[in-house]
Design a protein around this ligand. Structure first.
Ligand SMILES: [Zn+2]
Length: 412
């Protein structure tokens, strides 16, 4: 019997990456294709065009997640899903997210070309706003899909220009051909999300496929230090409420708490906004963020619960407000879906290994409802969320070959 993996076409897969990378292309070879932007709309339209050419049925739900369906022989059977996201960071690369969508498309095309009729439908999914770059709520589409109660809150979120998600979604709907509506959380037999690793492990170990065994949990905090603006020349130190100095003391204290000799904790202060940001004015206000991740829930709790106390302890004469903006639990991927990936890789003789994901992905939210797994392929030097993100056509193709056979097995 013909195998779907034999019909995966490296040139076609690569060319589609090149074509998608035009939308939001940056001068440094990366991509700025933030969620629900003009560039994202163009990318969605091209995906739909490719889907139409293959005879796939397009659908979109109320948060803009897109689905392209290749019907199975049993319409009552829950489908097998595969996909990721077309949106990128502001200074993103050409593979993060888009690979998972194009891998699913290539896999479905290969299944068709192999003449394989699956019992379950195969569906390609493009989740809305995975990156949380323009609208600051990562994995927005998959979160709402898995927990529709979050819809109204997400629709009301605004970007830095004051545009609401709901408004941006209207624009998307107007620009795309009319698509079938789709309910949230519809029954799914299994999901596989393919993705570049975004870390160096596969490359360092010479392994082509990573089968994700689990995902770090994470906590995020937003911290506001309120001091008092004052004249830089006339205000003595004792009379100052310098929000920047307080924030620096807090960050230094946090770094000590979060320091991990084993280097497993991932601790980042990614945003640091000083106001009024003027050369001769004592800073009156600082806003900064904390993002930290760890594979063990108890460590997340133990470290995260110290944040507020440390902030108060080191705020000096300033006031401090600590808000936890997000908590994501640690996840374990196990059972028949990762097993299907492992089997497909073994049958194709492609080097594979279990791997832990330090990054969050849409699959984690699907896993809250249905069986799910992730497949990683190497990226150059582990670089990601950067314009020079890179991956080789042969690794990307190997990932799709494994994906295609795994999808066939799951949909039989
Ligand atoms: Zn991604």
């Amino acid at each position: 019997m013909k195998k779907a993996s034999d019909f995966v076409d490296e040139k076609r897969l690569w060319q589609r990456h090149v074509d998608m990378a035009r939308f939001g292309a940056t001068s440094k070879g990366g991509v700025n294709r933030q969620a629900l932007s003009r560039e994202d709309i163009d990318a969605r339209a091209l995906l739909l065009k490719w889907g139409n050419e293959l005879g796939l049925r397009g659908a979109m739900d109320d948060i803009g997640n897109m689905f392209l369906r290749q019907p199975g022989t049993d319409p009552s059977a829950a489908p097998v899903l595969s996909g990721s996201h077309l949106d990128s960071q502001k200074t993103g690369g050409r593979f993060d997210g888009v690979y998972g969508v194009l891998a699913a498309l290539e896999a479905v095309q290969a299944v068709k070309q192999a003449g394989i009729e699956t019992r379950r439908s195969l569906e390609i999914v493009n989740w809305t706003n995975e990156e949380g770059s323009r609208f600051e709520q990562g994995c927005m589409g998959s979160q709402v899909w898995a927990d529709p109660g979050k819809l109204q809150k997400m629709l009301a979120l605004k970007d830095s220009q004051g545009v609401m998600v709901a408004e941006a979604l209207n624009e998307v709907r107007q620009c795309l051909p009319k698509l079938e509506p789709r309910p949230f959380a519809f029954p799914v037999h299994a999901l596989i999300e393919a993705h570049i690793e975004q870390g160096p492990v596969l490359e360092m170990t010479g392994t082509t496929i990573g089968i994700v065994s689990g995902m770090h949990g994470s906590r995020r905090f937003s911290i506001e230090v309120q001091g008092e603006e004052a004249h830089a020349g006339t205000t003595p130190a004792a009379a100052r409420k310098d929000a920047l100095f307080a924030a620096i003391d807090i960050v230094n204290a946090l770094r000590k708490i979060f320091h991990d000799p084993q280097d497993v904790v991932r601790f980042t202060v990614g945003r640091f906004e000083v106001s009024p940001d003027a050369l001769a004015v004592v800073p009156g206000h600082v806003l900064f963020t904390i993002d930290f991740r760890h594979p063990e829930e108890c460590v997340l709790t133990q470290l995260g619960d110290q944040v507020e106390g440390i902030c108060r302890q080191w705020a000096g004469p300033c006031d401090v407000a600590v808000k936890e903006t997000r908590r994501a639990a640690c996840k374990t991927f196990e059972g028949f879906v990762p097993e299907a990936i492992t089997r497909a890789a073994a049958e194709l003789n492609i080097p594979h290994m279990p791997i832990h994901s330090g990054a969050g992905h849409d699959a984690r939210y699907v896993l809250d409802r249905y069986p799910a797994a992730m497949l990683f392929v190497p990226c150059e030097k582990g670089i990601s969320h950067k314009e020079n993100e890179n991956a080789t056509p042969s690794d990307l193709t190997a990932g799709v070959r494994v994906l295609a056979d795994a999808l066939v097995a799951l949909s039989a």
